[in-house]
Design a protein around this ligand. Structure first.
Ligand SMILES: [Zn+2]
Ligand SMILES: [Zn+2]
Length: 249
């Protein structure tokens, strides 16, 4: 299994517009974070999770050239606004609609933002077409007023297990139990200060310890997290994700 971190930033991105803090002006590429989304290759299947506003640039940077289906964790802008660029993958699939797995809330958002793309097949080459499907079975994580999909990937051929719990305020007991035995876990670790709809570093580290995977990565990071400085402060086995990070499981 391979996991490619296309983006690891929070909704505003890092650098943030008109901010001159040490992280926003840092030359360390690990402090430059586009909005979060990942690409997973498992048993030869290419699965895209979310499409950030920088999705097209992320695909070019990481040479993403194939997609079998798409998962939208929830309908917030930083995860949905790159979806129009999925059109290229409809072409590459031979001019068919791309299957989009999501929640009720995600479907509602896709329908309101991309009504033109809810068609059986692209109108012509270069147009987006989505076939909406409810994610089965659904594992939802609370994030303020909405829930976001918690994702567990298990590769049949290798038995490797990868957990992606991004953009959430809490990881419920059921989700902790389902994540047991994971090789790698990714958690929302926004910033140091508490936040009403995201886990902060301390909360994410507590969840990482409860799951007990050998390696956990924090993502959806703000400009308050300097990569080098925070990498030294985190508990053993907890690391910061960064744009372009590739994990081979
Ligand atoms: Zn987000
Ligand atoms: Zn800043």
């Amino acid at each position: 299994m391979e996991v490619i971190f296309l983006g690891t930033g929070t909704s505003q991105g890092v650098p943030m517009i008109a901010c001159h803090c040490a992280v926003c002006t840092s030359t360390d590429p690990r402090n430059q974070r586009t909005r979060s989304c990942i690409h997973v290759v498992m048993d030869g299947l290419h699965i895209q999770v979310d499409a950030s506003p920088e999705f097209r640039l992320q695909c070019l940077r990481e040479k993403i050239e194939q997609m079998d289906f798409f998962i939208l964790t929830h309908g917030h802008s930083d995860h949905i606004m790159g979806m129009d660029d999925l059109r290229r993958f409809c072409d590459l699939l031979g001019g068919t609609a791309l299957t989009v797995y999501t929640t009720d809330e995600g479907m509602h958002r896709v329908l309101s933002i991309y009504p033109y793309a809810i068609v059986e097949r692209p109108v012509s080459l270069g147009y987006a077409a989505f076939k909406l499907a409810l994610m089965p079975p659904v594992l939802e994580l609370p994030q303020g007023t909405i829930n976001t999909l918690g994702l567990i990937f298990q590769e049949k051929s290798s038995g490797k297990k990868f957990v992606y719990y991004n953009d959430c305020k809490r990881v419920p007991r059921e989700a902790i139990a389902l994540a047991q035995g994971a090789d790698v876990v990714v958690l929302d670790g926004l910033r140091v200060e508490p936040h009403p709809t995201h886990m902060n570093i301390e909360e994410a580290c507590a969840v990482a310890a409860e799951i007990g995977a050998p390696t956990s990565y924090l993502t959806h990071l703000t400009h308050r997290i300097e990569h080098k400085e925070w990498s030294k402060k985190l508990p053993t086995g907890v690391l910061l994700a960064f744009d372009g990070l590739r994990l081979k499981l």
